[in-house]
Ligand binder design. Sequence first.
Ligand SMILES: *Cc1c(COP(=O)(O)O)cnc(C)c1O
Length: 216
Amino acid sequence: MIEENLKKIREKLPKETKLVVVSKYHTIDEIMQAYGAGCRDFGENKIQDMTQKWEELPKDIRWHMIGHTQTNKVKYMAPYVHMIQSVDSLKLACEIDKQARKNNRVIDCLLQVHVAVEETKFGFEKQELLQLLKEEKLQELKSIKIRGIMGMATNTMDKKQIEREFKCLREIYEQIKDMNIEGFEIDTLSMGMSSDYEIAIECGSNLVRVGSAVFQ
Ligand SMILES: *Cc1c(COP(=O)(O)O)cnc(C)c1O
């Protein structure tokens, strides 16, 4: 089942698009099925769950944090996390930098940008983020590497609205890329989940985070 789902999803993804399988709510056994089908990138939204899975599962899995993170918990994932996609404040970025340094690592990060109409979704507003970049606050953090942005569209049936929001993310991504900020390595635009990854790809996403469509 999981293998078939993955096959269908992969057929729709362009070669350069990375698939991160969102394994929150799913068991070790289910994750191992996806692993057996070749998946190595998995996403979780809670540090405690991710750490437990990291301990139990093969060590060549690349773990992506995709959920809102409290600064006091960063230390638990700093030794192993592959990428933190949900950096939504300068304070969090500073803490990741500090914990990365303690572990002699440089941790890849994405800045989460808020474009959806829902107020519950975390992330920087566009202007807030551009201002932060102008002030060169993030550029001082040498133990994190900013690789791009992550965003979510509104949970709606309105495809036009989803498309508008993804295009907005794409523009912000291009804008940051064009800033050629020293120390950044902008190559990742993370957008698209089970319900909207096809639209996201059309809008230029090169990393999709798919959960329920894999495990259904
Ligand atoms: C849960 C989650 C996903 C995956 O959602 P599905 O609808 O299960 O594909 C993607 N991104 C984030 C940030 C999530 O929290």
